[in-house]
Design a binder for this molecule. Structure first.
Ligand code: MOS
Length: 705
């Protein structure tokens, strides 16, 4: 068919194919999947942060009408050990963190389950706990690698000597807060255990970012052949990474279903429970040193990072990655050190590594710009590397400077007074700030496969076990398939979100479209090679994406420039952000509507990181005390008056057959730094810790001197 059809499919402003089902309430999320005779699970969580469970008295709970079973560490079915400590649910009496599962009630209704759970008496032998992160601890350790498998430290040249002899330098410590993912749909699992035979099978309806990833983990924990575990997840109400790998609640639901021998078990995590066991972003402490010549040309960069992990399982956030790759400098160092504490294990949260890891360096660059008397945009342009400083590879495409220039023009950057604290509007100090964004193009060739079959009347079915968290995957994958088969969008029937479909990678690392799209394109082309343009009904082809080798030759990253305008009240320190504007270089944009939504969503979440989100970990009690959306504030419409996302035209033939780079995470990278830099420009107060609260700017009187 014609080129014009192809042009229409990829890059077109398609509305979401799942939009109508969602707004009319007919899209089944995990909890709504119909199962016969469901039962309901409510967990009992540890009220101490460290110790042992000595006794559980469940008599009052089991006496309640409608209670089906109470699971405890003393009676729960045994699981495989040594695969994933986070998933070893109810396998021992040991308490690793406050909020850990120590029992669970399953009942005929959710209300009875919840009431019964409150009647379970748990006795502990308590030990002193320690949840206090600081850079001065003497037990900080060096992990073997940082996520997923990067070197823990990096060193090129001698950044300390460069610092000693630098004409201009910045040295400061920056911190980012512990934050918890709160997608609209809290995590939910519906577990159906079929048959109490030697060859049981399990069906899970789960809100997950990866059905195959989930299936593999559950199969491993229960010693089942992976083919015996089916995971179904057509619609997911957000995840941001917290649904990227399975957490303990999934295993708990399956344990209960196994115990009940046939009764399906539904476990819908409550909003408050979201702050206990589904992961969070570690707080970070970042010691930055920048060394430069008088003109701002960097001679040295270092970032020494301290963050936390759990005692029972290591999670080492890769916070140093942006420092390794963002700017040219001959002398460079990054280190990561961890404190293993009595806390739940951290996990993935939108742009793990890059998001906290760009806050500190991008504020430091603002400080260096001031120290050198150079415009912050010009400073960044002067430090643009020719090839990737980390790997030495050429970039497949790098358009950071284009983003800075285009953004400056759109935002009206050049009207900015060079001095901080020089613009007032009534009772408000007004300022602007800029910061860079970066996110790698992550690829896993061969790990995703797709299937194309012909259904007659010009209609094709395309299947892949992908996940749509609300990102637009349903729609964009349909566009990719239509383009690759050279048919119109409406001729494609897409199927995703089921382990019965061809193997697919997780919707994580902004890699979904790259991995799944590559598999779809390759399969579609092979289908055409085999069956031509006039296939017979039932013709089918399944293939995995092959490795084009480009990632061995090129460094692949997306870039962006973010601009913020802030207003800070002279009397109260209230900080408002009337305007955020981002320009991104993300390869080819496959659907401007869903892409814009991802970028604006990321930037909004970045604003949230800058001003609002912080999980307050009470050191005496060992848990997050502001564990609900009343006290853990995420922005509402009034907090976010204007967020604009734009992109430049970028042609990158190496990243994947579509020419696209991931867009799910880059939007959050750098936003908080842009806002912190704008707060400085407005007030003259340099804040190096997020979230920035009113008192941080009030420490210096903001009124007229
Ligand atoms: Mo994202 S944190 O890679 O799901």
């Amino acid at each position: 068919m014609s080129q014009s059809l192809r042009a229409r499919a990829l890059g077109a402003d398609h509305e979401r194919v799942d939009g109508w089902a969602k707004v009319t309430g007919t899209a089944p999320y995990a909890y709504e999947q119909p199962v016969s005779q469901p039962s309901y699970l409510h967990p009992v969580q540890s009220t101490v942060a460290r110790g042992r469970v000595t006794e559980i008295d469940a008599r009052a709970a089991t006496a309640l009408d409608g209670v089906l079973t109470v699971l405890t560490p003393f009676n729960a079915p045994r699981l495989r050990r040594g695969y994933d400590a986070e998933l070893e649910v109810l396998q021992s009496d040991e308490v690793w963190f406050r909020g850990q599962f120590v029992a669970a009630v399953v009942a005929e209704t959710p209300e009875v389950a919840r009431q019964a759970a409150s009647l379970v008496r748990v006795h502990y032998k308590t030990s002193p706990h320690d949840v206090a992160l600081s850079a001065n601890r003497d037990d900080l350790y060096k992990p073997e690698s940082v996520n997923p498998s990067y070197p823990t430290d990096s060193l090129t040249g001698d950044p300390d000597t460069a610092f000693e002899g630098a004409a201009r330098a910045v040295e400061a410590t920056y911190t980012t807060a512990m934050t918890h993912n709160n997608p609209m749909e809290p995590h939910t699992t519906v577990a159906v255990w079929h048959g109490d035979t030697d060859e049981p099978t399990l069906t899970l309806y789960d809100s997950t970012q990866g059905v195959h990833t989930m299936g593999e983990a559950v199969a491993a924990m229960f010693d089942l052949d992976p083919g015996r575990v089916r995971v179904v997840s057509p619609y997911v109400g957000g995840g941001f990474g917290s649904k990227g790998t399975p957490h303990a609640h999934v295993i708990l639901a399956v344990l209960a279903a196994q115990r009940l021998k046939g009764r399906p078990v539904k476990f819908a995590v409550t909003r408050q429970q979201m702050f206990s066991f589904v992961g969070y972003r570690t707080p970070t402490i970042q010691r930055i040193r920048l060394s430069a010549g008088v003109d701002g040309t960097l001679t040295g960069i270092s970032n020494d990072i301290v963050e936390l992990t759990a005692r029972y399982k290591e999670f080492a956030e890769q916070t140093g990655m942006p420092t390794r790759t963002m700017y040219a400098a001959q002398n460079r160092r990054t280190t990561h050190r961890l404190a293993a504490l009595d806390v739940a294990v951290p996990s993935w949260m939108r742009a793990p590594g890059e998001c906290p890891g760009m806050f500190a360096p991008e504020v430091a660059m603002d400080e260096l710009a001031e120290a050198c008397g150079v415009d912050p945009i010009e400073l960044r342009i002067r430090n643009e590397p020719e090839s990737d400083p980390d790997t030495g590879k050429p970039y497949s495409s790098r358009n950071f400077v284009a983003c800075l220039r285009d953004g400056a023009q759109r935002f009206g950057w050049h009207a900015r007074p060079p001095l901080a604290r020089s613009r007032r509007d009534g009772d408000w100090w007004v300022g602007t700030g800029v910061a860079g964004s970066t996110y790698p193009v992550l690829r896993k060739p061969g790990a995703s496969a797709a299937s194309v079959s012909y259904h007659g009347d010009g209609r094709y079915e395309v299947s892949i076990g992908a996940a749509d968290l609300g990102t637009g995957a349903w729609t964009v994958l349909t566009q990719i398939a239509a383009d690759a088969l050279d048919v119109s969008f409406s001729d494609i029937g897409m199927r995703i979100g089921d382990t019965d479909l061809p193997m697919a990678t997780v919707a994580g690392g902004s890699s979904g479209t790259t991995n799944w799209g590559s598999a779809i394109v390759e399969t579609a082309h092979r289908f055409r090679e085999k069956y031509g343009d006039d296939p017979d009904v039932g013709d089918e082809y399944t293939a995995a994406a092959s490795d084009d080798g480009h990632a061995d030759r090129f460094a692949m990253h997306a870039y962006g420039a973010q601009f913020a305008e802030v207003r800070v009240n002279m009397d109260t320190g209230e900080i408002r952000v009337p305007r955020l504007l981002g320009v991104f270089a993300v390869g080819r944009v496959l659907n401007p509507r869903t892409a814009r939504s991802q970028l604006v969503g990321g930037m909004t979440m970045g604003l949230s990181m800058a001003l609002h989100e912080t999980s307050v970990l009470d050191e005496r009690l060992g848990f997050v005390v502001n564990h609900d959306l009343a006290e853990y504030h995420i922005p509402t419409c009034a907090d976010v008056p204007s967020v604009e996302a734009h992109w430049i035209t970028e042609d990158d033939p190496y990243v994947n057959p579509m020419g696209s780079k991931g867009i799910g995470e880059i939007g959050i990278v750098g936003t908080a730094a842009a806002i912190a830099n704008a707060v400085y420009h407005a007030t003259g107060v340099r804040v190096r810790d997020v979230p920035i609260k009113n008192d941080a700017v009030l420490l210096t009187p903001l009124g007229e001197e």
